[in-house]
Every structure is written in C-alpha cells, then in structure tokens.
Design a protein around this ligand. Structure first.
Ligand code: NAI
Length: 249
C-alpha cells in the first residue's frame, strides 16, 4: 500500500494551496496521483505545487475562482488537457463570514453560499461531463459539522454545508449509472487559517464539546479523503463521513 495506490490517477483539489486542501493534495500525490490544485493566489499556488513536487509528486497550480463558471470550466479543461483525464474531484474551497442572524449582511450570505455551494455545483457539473465519458470518477465534497448540527453565528455557512450534503446525495443517485461515486467529508474543528480566525473563547467552547479533547489536523481529514479516493471505497456513495473527534455523532 501507499506509494502506488493512486498511480495514473488525476485529481483536482479546489482551494488546494493551503490548509485542508493542501494536505489532501499532498497525501494523494504521495499515493501516486497527479494533482491539479486551484486557488486565487498565483504565488501561493506555485509554492504549493513546488512543495508537492519536492516530495516526489506531480502537481500543477491553476488560478481559478470557484464562483466563476468560466474559471471552473477552464480548470477542468486545463486538467484534462494536461493529464488526459480526471479521476477525482475534491471540492474543498470554502469560506466563512460569521455573524448572528439578526445582523447578517446580504453580502455575507451571498458570498458564503457562492463559494461553498455554487462553487461546488459549478465544479461538479463541469467535471461530471468528463467522468461520464470515462464511466468512472470520484467526487468528494468537503462539508462541515455545521452542515449537520448547525452552528450559532453561522446560518450562512451551515446552510451552505447542509446544501452541499443534499447535493452530494442527489448527485450520487444521478451519477451512479456511470460508475461515479459522490461522497462528503464533514470535518469538525480543524487547525487551519480558518479556525485561527476564530476568537479564543469560541474555539475553547467548541473544543470543550470534543470527546477526543484535541483539535483535529488537516491530515486527519486528508486520510478520510484518501480512503474515499481509493479502491477500498468502491461500494461507497452518497455518504457523509464525519471527522470531528466525536463533536457530532
Ligand atoms: P482555509 O481558509 O485555510 O482554506 C480554504 C481554501 O479555499 C484556501 O486555499 C482559499 O484560497 C480557498 N478559497 C476560498 N475561496 C475561494 C474561491 N472563491 N475560489 C477558489 N478558492 C477559494 O480553510 P480550511 O480550514 O483549510 O478549509 C477547507 C475546507 O474545509 C472548507 O470548505 C471549509 O469550509 C472546510 N471545513 C473546515 C473546518 C475547519 O475547522 N478548519 C471545519 C469544517 C469544514
């Protein structure tokens, strides 16, 4: 196991230059996949792909904003032109714009739904054409505990992630006919730039509810994605996998 498990496979990871996305891209590259990482910051994408290549992997960075239909289509076209196929899509790009419901601005709602939900839709639609032709593929959507249990101060984010879970199940039913498996991974509290932006009190309050009593790592999430990308998950579709130290059961 390990080095050759994903040899010959081509993976696209949105928001893949840092945090959970970078951990996923690195781990799948370690398993032998060629990875295409997307994001909005060209310099960071270059650094991320260089880092993956330094570890012996194959990586290409593509500047693409997931809320743009043109960018989503171009990202898929670039991956296909460069590597000839796309086996795995990981919809990881995500943002938060927290605030209480009564004070939430329209823009905070729209932006969060835009990146987390519409972005994943645009990518799934774009990539599924290729996967249907191949009659195989894996789509892995990074949701959140918030999408299953809700989180105060995150009506926008919880709605987007719950929507992503619904979309995962509908797409799994539609695409099964062509051998395309669609699943979601729902992380709990994970140490990244996203959670570094939380107040210390909010973080501690959430951590106090985690039975395993530690914050998760990007690697913890990436390991679940590795499983779902691999041969061992051939009979798994339409499911949500929680990686949260027991925060939500
Ligand atoms: P992060 O903020 O470190 O990384 C998010 C990535 O998405 C960045 O690379 C960013 O550039 C990219 N991104 C944001 N907007 C984009 C856009 N419009 N187009 C393209 N790329 C865009 O956050 P983290 O924690 O690594 O989050 C990754 C995923 O995991 C997100 O979907 C997030 O909602 C989810 N998640 C994170 C949790 C955590 O505790 N950190 C918990 C549950 C879910």
């Amino acid at each position: 196991m390990g080095a050759e498990a994903l040899a010959g496979k081509v993976v696209v990871v949105t928001g893949g230059s840092r945090g959970i996305g970078f951990a996923i891209a690195s781990l799948l590259a370690e398993d032998g996949a060629a990875v295409v990482v997307s994001g909005r910051d060209a310099a960071r994408l270059v650094r991320a792909s260089e880092e993956i290549e330094a570890l012996g992997g194959t990586a290409v960075g593509v500047v693409a904003d997931v809320v743009s239909r043109q960018d989503a289509d171009r990202l898929v076209d670039t991956a296909r032109e460069r590597f000839g196929r796309i086996d795995i899509l990981v919809n990881n790009a995500g943002i938060t714009r927290d605030g209480l419901l009564v004070r939430m601005k329209d823009a905070d709602w729209d932006e969060v739904i835009g990146v987390n939900l519409r972005g994943a839709f645009l990518m799934m639609r774009a990539v599924s054409k290729t996967m249907v032709r191949q009659r195989s593929g894996r789509i892995i959507n990074i949701a959140s505990t918030a999408g299953a249990m809700g989180n105060a101060g995150q009506v926008n984010y919880s709605a987007a992630k719950a929507g992503l879970i619904g979309m995962t199940k509908a797409a799994a039913r539609e695409l099964a006919h062509w051998g395309i498996l669609v699943n979601a991974v729902a992380p709990g509290l994970i140490e990244t730039d996203m959670t570094a932006a939380m107040s210390a009190e909010a973080r501690e309050a959430l951590l106090a509810q985690v039975p395993l009593r530690r914050i998760g790592t990007s690697r913890d999430v990436a390991e679940m994605v590795r499983f779902l990308a691999g041969e061992g998950a051939a009979y798994v579709t339409g499911q949500v996998f929680h990686v949260n130290g027991g925060l939500y059961m």
